[in-house]
Design a protein around this ligand. Sequence first.
Ligand SMILES: [Zn+2]
Length: 283
Amino acid sequence: MWIDCHLHISAHWQRPDQIDDLVKEYRRVVDHVWAIGAPPPHTAGNPIVLRASRAHPGFFIPFACVDFSRPVSQIDRFRALGFKGLKVLCANGPLGSERAMPYYRRAQKLGMPVVFHTGSVPAPDPARPGLGVLTDYHPVELEKIARACPDLYMVALHGGGFFWREALAVALGSKNRRIYLALGDFDSAAGMHLDNLAAWDMAGLVQDRIVAGLDYPFAASLCGEPKPFTPTALVLPAVQKTALLAARLEIRLGTAWRDAVMGGNARRFETLAGLITQGERLP
Ligand SMILES: [Zn+2]
């Protein structure tokens, strides 16, 4: 069974009974997921993620979205509340700027891994649909962070997106083995991953640091929004896409790759990065 390292709770599908349904559906294909707080309007924020993870502690590993306009001490609060990791959607500038570094130092100190939006403009606002290119989100920013925080575990969500070659170069070239890449949102335009699987294959050297993260509910709607666009219509496509990604990986790269990317690597990351503490066992 697989692990999905990049799931948001849909803002349109966040009632406790709806979350129960999502968990039931998603459990058909995954053991558990990393549930990542993100701002409205599409996705639910940190409080809903926390509530869901408390209701389903074996299923959701909660990540809190960092607000760089607020003090670093928010990270201590996230930790105390039970968040295991952090999400950086937008650092109000380059991801690896000096201004952002105190936040990462705090995360490192508290043993909280950080997942980053990389490779494109994020789309928290319907008026700004995202997917354009902005240098703030270059994967090489993670290399800067790794130099300042050598013990910090990081994941480049979207695997570097439009800059996927650069992400591979960072993962390959960095002495830091704590930088992982997440593969998954494979239906979007050029630069995202399905078309680039052959390149990932050539880069078999980073095979042990690639994880799967589908970016539900966005993944579910990238192929064309389900019509009618109802919350229920979002759940099943996400499940199907997880299964589809596994199948594509198997066909293109073989079962060892598939098993590593879809579960084994994330499991190792979870132990190394402290997402799962000793004695704790996820299903
Ligand atoms: Zn996301």
